[in-house]
Write a protein that binds this ligand. Structure first.
Ligand code: HAM
Length: 425
């Protein structure tokens, strides 16, 4: 027997059983984006490696160790996108969307690839639902996008135990003085930090703040915080963001050590965590990236955006949602060869009426046929035997109570719709 070919480590199949939750989450996301007038953009999964090296930063974990990069047949270096902000900004520049003027509000859904150590909530192919606002540096833009995210996660999807952590990472004018203060402070303590942090304190000291090693945390807590080093403009911007969140009654926690793992951020950064998840508890993250468009060869175009980890959101959502909201199924049972045609006609009509209908073609005895309906968790079965075909009344069986009622052929669609409405209220 030949060996079975399995899926690649860190990737997974989403089977029909669980896809309903994904669709529900995506439906709610699209509704939220629509309400805030965001338009969809789809960019390729494959990009030139330099796009990410220049935007996310060569020194970050994502670029230095997590990208799926390969040399194409003509020697070009290509990468499976680890995130999509860089791609959206590339598309914005490439298609000169900035020529249209004004603000561009874009959203995307799709797979991202990072070669991380797989565990629950962390995959090598994972999915993001993201949004980017290009062309505005107003703090209200940050607040509005955060309001939309809050409306989606908390109001629509009832994400449990969520926290919004916000910070400002300053700008190229004020950050260098903070980094040198940090470097200085690290000189004295770095011998007591983990090996990674010892290296980071040389190469990219901000990354030390991101360290997850338990023993390092008390030492990291003593390091200077960026909020004491913000320039006047960055401080005012951050104050305005916080004020806006207060005004809209969105709760948050200022977290001065939140630096995030991507280099393009300036000013506002944030993360949303959920207590419904385990170790990988960051459901969404994002921030402001004024300067990224210029870094990629475009015009000055400030931006703000976020990405939700859809895998994690579905994990958290699945826990609350369980089976509620599953779409009802109508099963049509036919008992004799002669009932198959009326059964197929009824199925077609009910489907045209937008009901979800299953009709199996394999001949089965009554009991076996209804057992199949139960297995599919049908809500109702319509039974068509020789009697029913001649009287013009079909038996409709409620599969959870077992109650059965004869219903006139012409009234079946209305009957089912009314019953389903009753059941779902
Ligand atoms: P990020 O924080 O790297 O930001 O990713 C956003 C979210 O994607 C995370 O909070 C997490 O939920 C999810 N995620 C990341 N890696 C994995 C993984 N290996 N498995 C499962 N889920 C994962 C960005 O990607 C930025 N582009 C966000 C942004 C948009 N900033 C501005 N605009």
């Amino acid at each position: 027997m030949p060996e079975i070919v399995r899926s690649v480590k860190g990737t997974r199949d989403l089977l029909p059983e669980e896809i309903r939750l994904w669709q529900k989450v995506e439906e709610e996301a699209r509704a939220a984006f629509r309400a805030y007038n965001f338009m969809e953009i789809r960019t390729p999964v494959l990009e030139h490696t330099s796009l990410f090296a220049r935007s996310v930063g060569a020194d970050t974990d994502i670029v230095s160790k997590e990208m799926f990069t390969f040399e194409d047949r003509d020697g070009e270096s290509l990468t499976l996108r680890p995130e999509a902000t860089a791609s959206v900004v590339r598309a914005y520049i490439e298609h000169r969307l900035f020529n249209e003027g004004g603000i561009h509000k874009l959203f995307y859904l799709g797979p991202m690839f990072r070669r991380e150590r797989p565990q629950k909530g962390r995959y090598r192919q994972f999915y993001q639902i993201g949004a980017e606002v290009l062309g505005s540096d107003e703090p209200e833009t940050d607040v509005d996008a955060l309001e939309m995210l809050h409306a989606l996660l908390v109001m629509r999807l009832r994400l449990r135990d969520s926290r919004l952590l916000v910070n400002s990472v300053g700008c190229p004018r004020c950050r260098p003085s903070y980094v040198s203060a940090l470097r200085h402070a690290l000189e004295n303590v770095k011998d007591r930090l983990c090996a990674d942090c010892q290296r980071r304190s040389q190469t990219n000291p901000l990354r030390v703040l991101d360290c997850k090693v338990e023993a390092d945390q008390p030492i990291i807590a003593t390091l200077p915080t960026i909020l004491d080093y913000l320039c006047v403009e960055c401080r005012e911007h951050f104050d305005a963001v916080k004020r806006g969140l207060d005004e809209r009654a969105i709760e948050y926690q200022v977290t001065p050590r939140l630096v995030r793992g991507l280099d393009y951020y300036v000013r506002t950064t944030f993360e949303i965590t959920s207590g419904a998840l385990g170790a990988q508890n960051a459901v969404a993250g994002g921030g402001r990236y004024d300067g990224l468009a210029e870094l990629l060869g475009g015009p000055q175009a400030p931006g703000f955006g976020f990405a939700i980890g859809e895998d994690r959101l579905v994990l958290a959502y699945g826990a609350v949602e369980d089976r509620a909201g599953a779409e009802d199924l109508i099963y049509i049972a036919w008992l004799e060869e002669s009932s198959l045609r009326p059964a197929a006609e009824l199925a077609r009509e009910l489907r045209q009426e937008n009901l979800r209908v299953e009709l199996l073609f394999h001949p089965m005895k009554f009991k076996k046929s209804l057992a199949a309906a139960s297995k599919m968790t049908a809500t109702f079965s319509v039974i068509i035997g020789p009697n029913e075909a001649s009287t013009g009344r079909f038996a409709v069986k409620n599969m959870s109570t077992g109650e059965q009622e004869p219903v006139e052929r012409a009234r079946i669609a209305d009957y089912l719709r009314a019953k389903l409405k009753e059941l779902n209220h």
